[in-house]
Every structure is written in C-alpha cells, then in structure tokens.
Design a protein. Sequence first.
Length: 575
Amino acid sequence: MRLLVPRDIDGFFGLFVDNLVQLLLIVQLTTILCGMSGDQSHFVYQRILPGAAVSILLGNIFYAWQAHRLAGRTGRKDVTALPYGINTVSLLIFVFFVMVPVYQETKSAEAAWRAGLIACLGSGLIEFVGSFFAERIRKSTPRAALLSTLAGIAIGFIAMSFALQIWTRPIVALAPLAIVLVTYFSNVRLPLGLPGGFLAIVVGTAIGWGVTALGWLFPDATPLSIVPSAALSPEAVAHAWEQRAWTWPHWWGNEVMDLLKSPAEWLGYLTVIVPMGIFNVIGSLQNIESAEAAGDPYDTRSSLAVNGIGTIIAALFGSCFPTTIYIGHPGWKGLGARAGYSTLNGLAITLICFTGTVALVQSIVPMEAAVAIVLWIGIVITAQAFQSTPYNHAPAVALGLFPAIAAWGATVTYGAFMSAGGKTLQEFLTASPTGELNGYLLQGLLVTERGYIFTCMIIAAISACLVDRAFRQAAIWSVIAAVLTLTGMMHAYQLSGNVIDYLLLGTSAADGALTYRAYDVAIGYVTMAIIFFWFSATNKSIEATSATSPHDGPPGEAPARLDNSSTGTTEGTDP
C-alpha cells in the first residue's frame, strides 16, 4: 500500500479539523477557567500543547504503520488507519471536574495543571490495563450494541452539533456542504482530480473572507448569519502571526512522579478519573469494532495498548488531556483515505503546536468552511450501525441511540441554565422532582445521561439478544446493568447548581448537592433479569433453535449476517 494516496488529503483535512477543534477548546477553556492567560499562558503554549502534540504524533504514526502491516498481511491496498486524536469528552470532564475546582480553591494555574496531569496519567493507565481483557468483551457483545453507541454519539455530538453550525452561518457553510455531499454521496470526480474536502475548505474560506469584506463595505447592511463565527480580519491574522514561537516539548515525568507521592492531591479525583478511564476503554473498543465492520480487522490488544500509552506519554510531556482512537473510521474509509492521512495529521498538529500557530490557523480558515467534512463522518457512522448489523437487529440499534441522544440533550440543557443566569438546574429539580419542562422530563434526561456509553451498549445488547430469543444472555446483560448502576457508573448523579457529577458507591456527595443514588433503577434492572431468566427456563427449545437459525432479512434480500454479530465474522453480503 502506498504511503500517500490523493484521497488521503481529504481524510487529513477532516481529521485535522477535528483535532484543531480540540486544541482551540483547550486554549479557550484553560485560559478562561483555569487562569492560564497573560503571564500564565506558558502553561498552555509551552507545556500542554507541545505535550499533546507528542502523543498525537506518536499515535498517528503507529496507527498508520499498523494499517500498512494489515495491508501487507492481507494483500489489500484499501486499508484505512484508525483515526486518533484528543478525547473530547475527557477534555471537557477533566477541565470542569478536576482542573477548574483546583483553580477555584487555590487560584493557582500551576496547581490546576498538575491536577490535570494526574487525571490524564490515570486515564492512560486504565486504558492500558483494559487492553488486556477488552477483546473478550468485544467477542461477547453483539455488534449492534457496540455500533449503536457510536451512532448515538455521532447523531448528537458530531452530526447535530456541526449541522447547527452550518445552518447558523449558511452563506459560508452550505456551499462547502454541497461540495462534500456531491463528492462522497454521488462519487463524482472533481475537475483536476481535486479532493472534495480540500475544495470545500478553499471555497468556504473564500466565501468567508468575501462576506467579511462586504461587512467592511456595508457595515449596516450585512446580516449576522452571513458573517463567519471567527473574526476574519488582517488585524487578527497579524496578531496571531506575532504570537507564534517555537517551543520544544519538555519532559515532566519527574514532576508527575512527585505528585504520585502525595495521594492527598489526587485521591479525591478518582471518582472522575476511574469512570472516564473505563469509558475511554469501552469507547475505543467500539471504534475498533466499527473498523472491523468496515472491513479493517485490527488487533484489539495492541490498538488499545498504544491508545493508553499515548495518553500516558501526553501526561509525561505536560498535557492534561487523554488521546484516543477516534470515532469515524468508516467515514474516513468512505472518503478514500488510507494510511497517509493519519501521518499527515500527526505532522500538521505537531507543527502548529510546536510553533504556536494554533490561533493563526483559526484566524485564516473559518470553522464553517470545514465542518461539512466532519458532519459527513457523523452521517456515515450512523448509517454503518444499521448497515453492518443483522437486518432484524435494527430495532436494537435504534433503541441504543436514546441514551447518547439524551446525553447531547443534557449537555445543551446544562449550557442553557448556565447562560440564563437565573434559577439553577438544581433549584429547578428541587422544586419539581420530575423536572417536567414543555412535556420533557429533565430528571429522566439526567438519569439516562449518566454513564450513557454503558447504557447504550447494554440496552442494545439486551434488545439484540431478545431478537435472537437468547433470553439467558439478555438476563446476564440486565444483571450487569444493575451492578453498574449500584456502583454509580450508570444513572446515579450529584447536582450542584448547574454542575452534574458522578456519585460512585462508597463516596460522599458534595455539601448541599442534590443526589440521586439510582437504587430504584438497579431494582428495575434486576426485575428485567428475573423476567428474562424465567423465559429462558420455560423456553429452552426456542432459545436453542434461535441460536442456529438464520436472521431474517429485508424482503427480497439475502441476510446480511448469519451469526449473532458478536465476533465480527460475516457470511453472505459484505458489510
């Protein structure tokens, strides 16, 4: 397989934009909320960003090499590397629940940075250890359960979020969207063989600067909706150019080891670190299953081990934020990207982090010019969840979407309450326990959102087992759900003002927080397990025959798979 193919350029732009968004989030959140601005900005530009670049570069190079190994072993030239970058969810969680509380208590940017290092290191260690038993989980979990979780995340946190950006700035964003859809939905070859993603960004950037120029000429006649969200101006570009400075990464391993010798500084954050580390293992596992469903079967253990090692390296070189195998492999594969896009992304991210030009890129290219590529990735992920599972497992996939969609809705709700500046979410739920608002139940939203990655997978697994009349397996999944709920990994929460956090078994809630231990949810899962065990005991013959019967397919078509989709082996139609 070649080191670089033309469609790698499209894949590079998509992955680069995704990583760039995370870097911009890091800069904005740490400077505004953690005191890393002005004289303290070196924590961001000289410690965190170079450390993140080291982990991203090493991970991208490894997954590109891994793709070449798979291509050589199988004799194929269409292998696509696993996408890799900064973990968005962990980024937000570690900022708001580890770094911000430390900064508010100490008013020290260094203390906040040190706390972030420990959180990042802990997540990496959990991911590395998880790599040794994750394959067993993957083999025993129906594919519908693994892929529906990704589809739910893709709908809410990728497709919906970027779709809103597109229709907020339609003049700038809809033209790039049209180019992306024509290129990849219609498979039309563009003039001169230009990559669709590259052309979309060029056109969007040109339109963005064009409408900005109209704003200069007609300041009173330019509608807000046509102006890019970024402040495009020669002054902004010049200021960003002046901020550039070459910074080599620095080894902070000794400082990390010193922190580990002071448990009082980090024990209190295990309630955040442990759930996020486990979530990252499960999320990466689902992404590996997604890659296999798209035709690229990667080794689970080595993929997850390097995932964890990358996060550990990030912490040792000064970054507070875990890296992870990204959602969206089938999207990059659909773009025609192979292994080169991964290497290009690692080199580009390293260059802008080492040179301090993150702000310069943002000042030149409006975000609306590039979001269409990422939106397309979210669409493909959602489609794959239905296309690569048995036809009659589609209801299981659909049911598994709901917790992730609830998580997106909860995120929007938190932000709305914070921005409103009036009654807090805690006050609202205290006055109205169900939290009924316009016919929707906010209490149910919060309960469903906590641990949604587990909930998505388990409820879809239960449904897939019931479709196959595998009642005993459905009962076992229900028991697992009850156990995770009792430990606080699912559904339980504590709410302080507008800030929601986990409430793990054996831990005390924050003073004055509204708490929900979810014991009633656990009892409900136990009840489900009893019902399924009863059906298993009274329908042994049905359960035995269903395990060997072919799945139903759409009228007039052959079944997509003949197994229960837990091992990734397929028969019949290629997924």
